[in-house]
Design a protein around this ligand. Structure first.
Ligand code: TYD
Length: 238
């Protein structure tokens, strides 16, 4: 089997710019000749994307916190088997938007299920697979969650308009916002934020907090520096 690749995860509250930064890092690494796989959780496989729809749809009512955590891990176990591990076995760089730290922060801390339960499930269901590097995009919780809500409102507005256009109706179906999590209150996101900071303090070798309050270009430069220093991976800034 060829050399093991590198597994890099992006973490942080909704609206911190993870997806943008992941795309920029992927482009920079590809420009330097690396083979890069970009993926996300929940999701990343056909089965995982179905699970994602259940988890994020605000029409999913009454899902218990434990069932929510189990679904996050179901999606992840499939994702590791189908996408992440094979890519790493082929020596590729896997960039993943969220991984088990999200479960620890959102379900463990936000939903108060505790860290221990999450780490135990991770050992059993994920073979304890650890990222080589985790980039924690840190910004003010109120600011980033507000940004994510505005983004989703814009997206659902556009989906509603497009659907009504294609059905020829002026006022028909309205699409609700995608993300069930963004309906949580400030106290929930404050706990998620604390959860992330606790993970970073516990595992400073793996988790690097990057201040995400600047422009996307400034944050990208910081991430390039971290990736170069921690993993000795060359990239061409984009
Ligand atoms: P997504 O739209 O990908 O969020 P963002 O782009 O803002 O990161 O939605 C993923 C949501 O799922 C997000 O609110 C965090 C939540 N989540 C958990 O609660 N636990 C998990 O283990 C994972 C992977 C995500």
């Amino acid at each position: 089997m060829s050399r093991r690749g590198k597994f890099i995860t992006f973490e942080g509250l909704d609206g911190t710019g993870k997806s943008t930064q992941m795309r920029k890092l992927a482009a920079a690494l590809r420009a330097a000749g690396h083979k890069v796989v970009e993926t996300r959780e929940p999701g990343g496989t056909a089965t995982g994307e179905k699970i994602r729809r259940v988890l994020l749809d605000s029409a999913t009512e009454g899902l218990s916190s434990l069932a929510e955590m189990a679904l996050m891990f179901a999606s992840r176990a499939q994702h590791i088997a189908e996408v992440i591990q094979p890519a790493l076995d082929h020596g590729q760089i896997v960039l993943c938007d969220r991984f088990t730290d999200s479960t620890e922060a959102y379900q463990g801390s936000g939903r108060k299920l505790g860290t221990e339960a999450v780490l135990k499930l991770h050992r059993v269901l994920c073979g304890d697979l650890q990222p080589d590097l985790t980039i924690l995009l840190d910004s003010d919780p109120a600011m980033s969650v507000g940004r994510a809500r505005r983004r989703n409102r814009r997206a659902s507005h556009a989906a509603t308009k497009a659907a009504n256009r294609s059905s020829g109706k002026s006022a028909g179906k309205t699409y609700s916002d995608e993300n069930r999590f963004e309906q949580q209150n400030r106290a929930f996101f404050a706990r998620v934020h604390e959860g992330y900071l606790a993970i970073a303090a516990r595992e400073p070798q793996r988790v690097v907090a990057v201040d995400a309050r600047g422009t996307p270009a400034q944050t990208h430069r910081k991430i390039m520096e971290v990736v170069g220093r921690k993993l000795k991976l060359a990239g061409r800034s984009v």
